[in-house]
Design a protein around this ligand. Structure first.
Ligand code: TYC
Length: 149
């Protein structure tokens, strides 16, 4: 039996021969098996027709999306002393006193502010450190994480 199929625009045709073969099984019974015989390789014009498989190949690199970044956000409250907030910003976000004071005042006047932008794990760890330390010091200061688009 001969089958001819068009399978790719670059390929003119792809031919196989299917043979029925008898095979003696281990239990002494004969059974029919199918044998697929490629009749011709497909020439892509690159002189390698022996190795053409008919399987589409690509040299393009897979494009991976960059993982999103996360903002660590400080929330204002009416009780935490300003100098405690500045101390926290210096200690956990590696800021100098001037920058820490600027952020603290922004949070104080606007309700919330960004302390830094990090990978998900780092942002969550920093927010947890701030919240744990504030609780230990019996301050209501709260920190949260927001995705940075
Ligand atoms: N609003 C606080 C005060 O007046 C100061 C403060 C700033 C508290 C920033 C929290 O995230 C904060 N003492």
């Amino acid at each position: 039996m001969n089958l001819t199929q068009n399978i790719h625009p670059k390929m003119t045709e792809f031919s196989i021969q299917i043979d029925f073969m008898s095979k003696r099984n281990i239990d002494g019974l004969d059974s029919e098996i199918l044998r697929f015989i490629p009749l011709a390789g497909v020439d892509d014009g690159e002189g390698d027709s022996e190795h053409d498989t008919g399987i589409a190949e690509t040299t393009e690199k897979p494009r991976l999306e960059k993982p999103p970044l996360y903002k660590v956000v400080l929330i204002n409250d009416d009780y935490t002393p300003m100098d405690f907030v500045v101390e926290i910003l210096c200690a956990f976000f590696d800021l100098n006193i001037e920058k820490a004071t600027q952020i603290m005042l922004k949070v104080h006047t606007e309700g919330k502010g960004v302390c830094g932008v990090y990978s998900k794990d780092v942002a969550e760890t920093k927010a947890a450190q701030v919240n744990d330390y504030s609780r230990e010091c019996e301050q209501p200061l709260l920190c949260s994480v927001e995705v940075d688009r």
